[in-house]
Ligand binder design. Sequence first.
Ligand code: GLN
Length: 495
Amino acid sequence: MSDPISMTLAEARDALKAKKISSTELTTALVRSVEQSRGLNAFVTETPDRAMAMAAASDARLAKGEGGALEGLPLAIKDLFCTKGVKTTAGSRILGNFVPPYESTVTQNLWNAGAVMLGKTNMDEFAMGSSNETSAAGPVFNPWRAKNSNANLVPGGSSGGSAAAVAGDLCLAATGTDTGGSIRQPAAVTGTVGLKPTYGRCSRFGIVAFASSLDQAGPMTKTVRDAAIMLGSMASVDAKDSTSVDVPVPDYEKLLEGGIKGLKVGIPKEYRIDGVPADIGGLWDKGAAWLKAQGAEIVEVSLPHTKYALPTYYIVAPAEASSNLARYDGVRFGHRTSSSIHDITDLYEKSRAEGFGAEVQRRILIGTYVLSAGYYDAYYARAQKLRTLIKRDFDKAFESCDVLLTPATPGPAFGVGEKTSDPVSMYLNDVFTVTVNLAGLPGLSVPAGLTDNGLPLGLQLIGKAFDEGTVLRAGLAIEQAADFRHKPANWWRSA
Ligand code: GLN
């Protein structure tokens, strides 16, 4: 049997059922892996005692032939999901001491399925970022480094801790959230699989809100099969989230079967963007050829409003964020200043200035501005109209294809500190992912190859609403053709 920490979810599940390993053994190995990997800064809170207790309970259920779909499988949870009795910071000082008295629906679903919690993963503050450098807990390091280099690279963001934890074998799989790319972008630059489900597929209850009309939880895993398995347990309709949708949760693993013969794969021509390195375009062409070789039909489609997606996103998301984050004022929620104050406004200002980092403050300023009386029509209302046009582009494209294939990111992992002084170059990382959130569609990033200097790159599959099954099946076809077996060198592990 392979080293338990490098098992996929599916392998570990089958080994547990076959009694080749116990959850206690598996969890012990992963708790140790987390401890040895503190140099990555992937976890903000480790919960080894809870993990061992959950593993023991799983072993008892497995011994009786009982247990759920994820029984005994150790996972990492992004620190945006409220976990009852376990600190949940959203990567922010303002929630530095917040211990939720309730559990998010997605994590509750995972525990109901028998999963084991290893701890909470680092992330960009309030999920705002593409590099995991805006976290109050400091940056996460990507387990991957370029060939012949010791320079630390970012793991992508905002779910950078989850991505690093999956890529570095600190957990079998992890949860992420994706508002404009925060599952797919970090997955792409860490050689892992990330799925952003259709808006409404997973409940948002108990997930600290960033931009409520865009936020969605999803799995971050080692394989496409694992993403299918995990989504099956995460997804549900929920009375506590009126935007969750009451459509049955299919057996996603089953939907992987059958191949892609006759599948119509659209290639949106507007995703050939100037300034994107040649290896990204090359990989994209290769991906299309792989799907064609397996019987898919490749068709060119047009998404003419793509060029407006980033500006639209960077109006809509900050607008919603400025409203969602108004609750952190040191009175109702969050850190309260201890310096002297002269009135309530002073209290709000000092508490928020101390609690929020620079990127979050920038988003609140932008969001408040675009919603202000004089500018609402010029910015926010126009962005909403563009959002509709972007959504219509997809509706039209899906009249002639079943799924779209695009690059996942405009480049591989970049250096820590390389883009922090230029927010716009940071925002450009989301050029291939934000459209999907604006349209509410499912998107999957699958590792597809390495750059010349040995860094992972991903391809993205975009599907029709609630058609995660087709997205996963096409993703499996890419995964099988790419045969991506590379692992990062183990530079970070301490004895
Ligand atoms: N990078 C994007 C942003 O900073 C998306 C973040 C996300 O998906 N949570 O807003």
